[in-house]
Design a protein around this ligand. Structure first.
Ligand SMILES: Cc1cc2nc3c(=O)[nH]c(=O)nc-3n(C[C@H](O)[C@H](O)[C@H](O)COP(=O)(O)OP(=O)(O)OC[C@H]3O[C@@H](n4cnc5c(N)ncnc54)[C@H](O)[C@@H]3O)c2cc1C
Length: 160
């Protein structure tokens, strides 16, 4: 479902940046199938989709005049922390510090230390290739990504 009431559109017209643009609607996907349906609909009805997790971007990345797709409300699960393989599988709305609190129980951590770690989410960290003051030691987000499940513009699913 895409929400189009003016309050919701107003709430999603800004992010942490100085930019402001009224979206035509906001979607809150709960599953991969919801995202696929939204992408299919965007192709049929010719609107753009702007993904958003915590919205802490500084250059207007999560503002747009199409539909804002907010993954922070429902897609917040840590699917697996694999201690032996030293990897985690997460949904895009998992907060970086939440992941690390869970990973710490296995003696692991996800290194990139963006200043906004207590709210920024893995989807947005991948989108921005986030890193922080320890980037020399911990590198950037992309250097820790093993695989990303994506929905392409034709609605097909692709693991890259
Ligand atoms: C005070 C402050 C300090 C900051 N310090 C740093 C810093 O030290 N280092 C740094 O790198 N950045 C920093 N930032 C910028 C920002 O906080 C980080 O880049 C953060 O990791 C973004 O995460 P987010 O969840 O807010 O992403 P968002 O802002 O929500 O999204 C970021 C990008 O990812 C895309 N995206 C989000 N989810 C998905 C998805 N599911 N699928 C596809 N694309 C998606 C969005 O469309 C957007 O382009 C700072 C920002 C602030 C306000």
């Amino acid at each position: 479902m895409i929400k189009t009431d003016s309050l919701t559109r107003r709430l999603y017209a800004t992010d942490a940046s100085l930019y402001e643009e009224f979206p035509s609607g906001v979607a809150f996907p709960e599953t991969v199938d919801d995202i696929r349906a939204l992408v299919t609909q965007s192709a049929e009805k010719n609107f753009s989709i702007t993904a958003r997790s915590a919205g802490t971007s500084l250059a207007g990345q999560t503002t747009g005049d199409g539909v804002i797709m907010d993954v922070s409300r429902h897609m917040t699960s840590i699917i697996e922390i694999n201690t032996a393989g030293r990897f985690a599988r997460v949904q895009p709305g998992v907060i970086r510090d939440t992941l690390n609190r869970e990973a710490a129980k296995s003696g692991l951590q996800f290194g990139p230390d963006t200043a906004t770690t207590n709210r920024c989410m893995l989807g947005g960290m991948i989108g921005n290739n986030s890193c922080g003051s320890f980037s020399i030691k911990h590198k950037t987000t992309r250097e820790h990504i093993l695989e990303v499940d994506t929905i392409l513009s034709d609605g097909s699913q692709c693991g890259v």
